[in-house]
Design a protein around this ligand. Structure first.
Ligand SMILES: C[C@H](Nc1nc(-c2c[nH]c3ncc(Cl)cc23)ncc1F)C(=O)NCC(F)(F)F
Length: 296
């Protein structure tokens, strides 16, 4: 690990509660309290599942990925924590008190249009920044957006992030894993499993659909797609059926109360061919102008 990686001494990390579980281990709310008087700061500590060697490799890769990212719209990496005794290594992140966007929107149904557009533009700016670093997130979804305050959201969970090689415009994935295909662009679902900034744009479209559906679990993308591809489809037939309806130009329907301008913008992100999809900066500009129109 780079020498400038800040180290949090495990013995001062006071466990408070579990924030959530991932396929790597769990994320816990801790207070780093070296003075032992509860004046220390709250942190989100991603504990790596012990022993699994592959996890260690992925983990150090995630640390490498995160440690170079410095952006107001990306959850801040703070450092690592080791416990020499029990050979556990943890990734220390800033703690986001309002949790994930999904939970936040379920609790705060009264998020108005202008705040939705503010969140959408912050996510676009975070993605513009990632693109400037040639990073492809590959898991952009409302569940992976964290809420810092009532007016600030940040992109999180860089476990699946890849860096596009300098000589290519996309990243080809070998290990499929249980990928969230309902957020994936067609070219990422087909055998080519190609991921690019434009496939992240597709996922952003699905994220905006979640956002403007108030992350309503009855209208979530997976449920809507499964209804369309007849929910009795199982297993490997699902990606095939999904591709079929997308090729046939069927798209997730406009969420209730979603302004036509916003649904038209979401539709641009779902252009079948990647090069027809807008860039993140164009999306930012369009969201900005919609926000101006809508508030008039
Ligand atoms: C496994 C962990 N799950 C959860 N985390 C939090 C959380 C609240 N506040 C947080 N502050 C910093 C972090 Cl890193 C997480 C949280 N809340 C609910 C969860 F289910 C996670 O990392 N999820 C991915 C992402 F971070 F994108 F939401």
């Amino acid at each position: 690990l780079q020498e400038q990686t800040p180290v949090f001494e495990e013995r001062y990390l006071r466990y408070i509660s579990q924030l959530g579980k991932g396929n790597f281990g769990s994320v816990e709310l801790c207070r780093y309290d070296p003075l032992g008087d509860n004046t220390g700061e709250l942190l989100a500590v991603k504990k790596l599942q012990p022993s699994k060697r592959s996890f260690l490799a992925d983990f150090t890769k995630e640390i490498k990925t995160l440690s170079v990212l410095r952006c107001d719209y990306i959850v801040r990496y703070r450092g690592v924590s080791y416990s020499t005794g029990r050979l556990i290594m943890s990734l220390v992140m800033e703690y986001m008190p309002h949790g994930s966007l999904i939970g936040y929107l379920e609790k705060n149904a009264s998020v108005g249009l202008s705040r939705m557009l503010l969140f959408a533009s912050q996510i676009c700016k975070g993605m513009e920044y990632l693109q400037s670093k040639r990073y492809v997130h590959r898991d952009l979804a409302a569940r992976n957006i964290l809420v810092a305050s009532d007016s600030l959201v940040k992109i999180a969970d860089f476990g699946l992030t890849k860096i596009i090689p300098d000589d290519k415009e996309y990243y080809r994935v070998t290990q499929p894993g249980e990928s969230p295909i309902f957020w994936h662009a067609p070219e990422s679902i087909t055998e080519s499993s190609k991921f690019s900034h434009k496939s992240d744009v597709w996922s952003l479209g699905v994220l905006l659909h979640e956002l403007f559906s108030d992350c309503n679990r009855h209208q979530n993308p997976k449920r809507l797609y499964m209804q369309r591809i007849s929910s009795n489809t199982q297993g490997p037939a699902i990606p095939m059926q999904l591709l079929f309806v997308l090729k046939d130009n069927w798209r997730l329907p406009a969420p209730a109360h979603c302004p036509a301008r916003v649904y038209a913008l979401i539709g641009q992100c779902w252009a079948y061919s990647p090069e027809d999809r807008p860039s993140f900066s164009s999306l930012s500009d369009q969201i900005h102008s919609i926000a101006q129109e809508e508030t008039l």
